[in-house]
Design a protein around this ligand. Structure first.
Ligand code: SF4
Ligand code: SF4
Length: 114
């Protein structure tokens, strides 16, 4: 490659818009159906435990909770989640959903525990 071509490419790259997004300074949009962080509505949960049984990564474990009829609820340690959606599909009360939230980077794992 000649110096002329290299210089031309360098100038082109310098003036054209970057293809990368300066995250986290700027937000981006994600498509419908994107599998981001889980959302959990404890008011719908009946503590059946099906979500913890199907989760392939051990993200969900059942813990005692007086607010539910069966006195237990799932705890989601989302640092382990692979966003497969199995828990969403199996939940009989539609208490779990996948959101478009892609902010999954945290300092401490417990920051994304719900
Ligand atoms: S989306 Fe998949 S990996 Fe994540 S908590 Fe649900 S079942 Fe587990
Ligand atoms: S499957 Fe749904 S209703 Fe059952 S424990 Fe999990 S979140 Fe609650």
């Amino acid at each position: 490659m000649s110096w002329g071509v290299l210089l031309k490419e360098a100038i082109k790259s310098f003036v054209k818009k970057p293809v990368t997004i300066p995250y986290p300074i700027k937000e981006t949009s994600v498509p419908d159906g994107y599998r981001g962080l889980l959302s959990f509505d404890i008011t719908k949960c009946i503590g059946c435990g099906l979500c913890s049984q199907v989760c392939p990564t051990g993200t969900i474990r059942m813990i005692p909770d007086e607010r539910t009829k069966t006195k237990r609820r799932p705890l989601f340690e989302l640092a382990k989640c692979v966003f497969c959606g199995s828990c969403v599909e199996v939940c009989p009360r539609k208490a779990i959903s996948l959101t478009k939230n892609y902010h999954t980077a945290v300092i401490r794992k417990d920051e994304i525990t719900i």
